[in-house]
Design a protein around this ligand. Structure first.
Ligand code: G3P
Ligand code: CA
Length: 405
């Protein structure tokens, strides 16, 4: 599922067009709603399984990668560290202590840095029990038998279970701690016949590391990652222009993403893959801005969201009187939209239900009016596009009874 950059650019240029003619004949709330960048968005967005399906299994293990493949991820993300004897392993931290039992097995080897251990030593570690302890709801006995995989093992796993449909998204982590890391990455990608794979991204926070990778494999698609603060004080357009000389895209921390950032990236033909997005409401709002993919621990949630049209923009409420209210919603495709309201937050007391159809003719915007409501009363609403599981909730308060004397 790859969203074309062109679609993103079209989306950006379309959003610049004002709705002025239409706006003049609409109530104020609807005018505001229509001005909120309401455009259908493509569903062809990359689902990048961050450290595998790491909400459901121990990160960077074969179990988490298999789970991500089963959940239909487009890419699996692999963090890399390098052992004392130059082997690349899938691990996020520079030390072994958080995600393995290194402290118990090697009590006198503090601070348990990956680079101080051989691959033989690391292969003896249990990389799954920590997950069972930390997330008892997701615990599985078989996780206690997970080991720290090498990059080659992960690639073999993806080749074996991915049916040629799942790509690799590989991060050089802490590259300054590992001289020669980039050469090693390229050597392994070559050896496993994935270097020319269309479905391959290499990513890093380190521009130096990316530039080295580019030197060894000029055609490989690179993603420049950005942490909070890395764009502070910079002209985003100029920064991305510079980055576009070596990278195919940017991977910003999710809170850095704005319309301006996406515009600057797309104008420089850069993809935008924010990390790490775990709630469907956050996924939906980033999709509405036009991102090209998302890193997530919850592979299934993003896949689920992308499968059917969904409520792509905030539900708006307006024209509220003592007995009526209007709700608006926008979708990213043709869909029936169901609105429910109730005075009970659990919707157990006979909710009032109304359905309306969102289509291209009306910019995928629907509105419904609820009448006969109680004055001065809090109403809860929940809205979803049939049959997406993603539901937007909120509430409004009707006005007090008007004095009609
Ligand atoms: O690679 C994108 C994202 O994973 C960067 O953050 O710390 O989870 O590797 P981190
Ligand atoms: Ca990462």
């Amino acid at each position: 599922m790859k969203k074309s950059l062109l679609a993103g650019l079209i989306c950006l240029s379309m959003t610049a067009a004002p709705y002025s003619g239409l706006a003049q004949s609409l109530p104020t709330t609807e005018v505001k709603y229509r001005q909120m960048n309401l455009r259908p968005i493509t569903t062809e967005v990359m689902v990048i399984a961050h450290r595998g399906a790491s909400a459901y299994g121990p990160e960077n293990t074969l179990a988490a990668y298999k789970q991500a493949i089963m959940m239909k991820a487009d890419y699996v993300e692999i963090d890399l560290q390098m052992t004392k004897d130059g082997q690349l392993i899938a691990m996020h931290d520079e030390t072994l202590s958080r995600t393995t039992n290194a402290k118990e097995l090697f009590p006198d080897r503090a601070p348990w840095r990956v680079k101080d251990f051989s691959i033989e030593e690391i292969s003896r570690l249990d990389a799954g029990s920590w997950f069972n302890r930390a997330y008892p709801d997701q615990a599985r006995t078989e996780y206690t038998r997970q080991h720290v995989p090498t990059l080659e093992e992960v690639i073999e796993c993806v080749q074996k279970y991915g049916n040629g449909k799942v790509g690799l998204y590989i991060e050089t982590k802490s590259p300054s701690a590992y001289p020669g890391m980039e050469e090693k990455v390229i050597e392994i990608l070559n050896k496993t016949n994935v270097l020319d794979d269309r479905r391959l991204f290499l990513e890093s926070f380190s521009e130096q590391s990316l530039r080295k990778l580019k030197q060894f494999a000029p055609h490989v698609k690179l993603i420049q990652l950005y942490k909070k603060g890395m764009l502070a004080g910079k002209n985003v357009y100029q920064e991305f222009k510079r980055v576009s000389e070596y990278a195919a895209g940017v991977g910003p921390f999710k809170e850095l993403v704005s319309r301006k950032l996406i515009k600057a990236a797309h104008q420089n033909y850069l993809l935008v893959h924010p990390w790490t997005v775990n709630s469907q409401s956050h996924m939906a709002s980033l999709l509405s801005l036009g991102v090209d993919g998302q890193f997530t621990n919850n592979t299934d949630q993003l896949v689920d969201l992308l499968e059917k049209p969904f409520i792509s923009h905030e539900v708006a409420k307006g024209d509220i009187t003592d007995s009526s209210a209007v709700l608006w919603a926008g979708t990213n495709g043709d869909a029936s939209v169901q609105f429910q309201i109730s005075t009970d937050s659990q919707f157990k007391n006979d909710p009032i239900v109304k359905t309306s159809h969102a289509d291209d003719k009306h910019d995928f915007i629907v509105s419904v009016e609820f009448i006969g409501l109680k004055p001065d009363t809090k109403y809860y609403y929940r809205v979803h596009a049939v049959s997406s599981k993603y539901t937007v909730t909120g509430s409004f308060q009707t006005a007090p009874t008007e004095n009609r004397n």
